[in-house]
Write a protein of this length. Structure first.
Length: 342
């Protein structure tokens, strides 16, 4: 059991993240491969069905298929991403404190509370992304209304560009919508970033301390205060790594799409999905690993958690059930009641 917890600098947290990821790669990648594998299967299924419908000259059904598959895929991805994120946070917490961890044990630990984690992710996503979604939807809605619907009655085949060119009202609406969009995108973007940092420690708090969703949000706000800059740098670094790897592995797809006016064949699309599976599996655990280490570091800095854990390691205080893995925290049998046998 590790008992040398101490406050860490950002560089030390990054080093510790890399160390844990490298020494437990199969564990973390195996946990996230469940989510990445489901995304791969759904993507390949969508590509296959689309190619089949086109070969049967059922192009109209392709749009319906894409809509239905997108809904099913979104729901499945949301469920599995929430489970994978919580399971990795649980596994990182065990490994960081020197406890045994397995893929099966991590999922078994979080599945009973999966609804709580999904509800937490729903609340935080709604609070963080609602202004951005409303702004973007309003801008696209204005373009669609004046560029599409306004000209559909006279010429169903008209596209947005001719409609705007021949309709001064549409041009004015487009200019106003563009001005409002670019005027608000910066404050909305800043709001989104700050709220994301504010809630960044909610998942680890919910998993490790077995808190309810709203309590975990309040816990994250309290712990993350004063360290938004360090957390932002971690997120920025992880984002750069992901963008770099995606750019390298998907470069051939971008080139093919550019040469074919945005269209790629089923074979190339399937290859892109396979490459995406490996990218998600390799990089998915990095953020969860780093943010869980930040959660423990903030507890050490603000609450003296290192002292508490050293006392537990020395047997001076009983460990909290929330801090123990399922393998060493079995359910207790019900107390024997002599009257029940009478």
């Amino acid at each position: 059991m590790e008992s040398n917890l101490r406050p860490l600098t950002l560089g030390e947290i990054l080093d510790r993240t890399a160390q844990l990821y490298r020494t437990n790669f199969l564990l973390f990648a195996g946990i996230f491969a469940v989510y990445a594998g489901a995304v791969l299967v759904m993507g390949l299924l969508q590509i296959g069905l689309g190619a089949l419908l086109k070969s049967l000259h059922m192009a109209g059904a392709v749009l319906w298929m894409i809509g239905i598959m997108a809904g099913v895929e979104w729901l499945l991805i949301f469920l599995l991403f929430g489970a994978a994120t919580a399971a990795i946070s649980r596994a990182v917490a065990w490994v960081h404190l020197g406890e045994p961890a397995t893929i099966r044990g991590a999922y078994q630990s979080i599945l009973p509370q999966l609804g709580r984690y999904l509800w937490l992710m729903t609340i935080t996503a709604f609070r963080v992304w609602t202004p951005f979604v409303l702004l973007y939807a309003g801008f696209l809605g204005t373009i669609a209304f004046y560029g599409g619907f306004k000209g559909m009655g006279a010429n169903p085949g008209a596209v947005a560009q001719p409609t705007f060119a021949s309709n001064p009202q549409a041009v004015t609406a487009l200019l106003v919508a563009s001005g409002v969009f670019f005027l608000l995108i910066f404050p909305v973007g800043i709001y989104t970033i700050l709220m994301s940092l504010r809630y960044s420690l909610a998942i680890p708090a919910c998993v490790v301390e077995k808190m309810k969703a709203r309590a975990a949000i309040r816990r994250s706000i309290e712990l993350a205060k004063g360290s938004w800059g360090r957390i932002f740098l971690l997120a920025l670094l992880v984002g750069i790594i992901k963008l770099g790897l995606v750019g390298v592995t998907q470069f051939f797809v971008f080139v093919a799409a550019f040469k074919n006016h945005g269209q790629i064949g089923p074979g190339l699309g399937a290859l892109s999905q396979v490459m995406g599976f490996f990218t998600n599996t390799f990089l998915g655990p990095i953020w969860a690993t780093g943010i869980t280490l930040f959660y423990y570091d903030q507890r050490v800095r603000k609450e003296g958690y290192d002292i508490e854990w050293m006392m537990q390691a020395a047997g001076l205080t009983p460990p909290s059930p929330a801090e123990l893995p399922a393998a060493i925290n079995p359910p207790q049998p019900a107390p024997h009641n002599p009257e029940a046998t009478i």
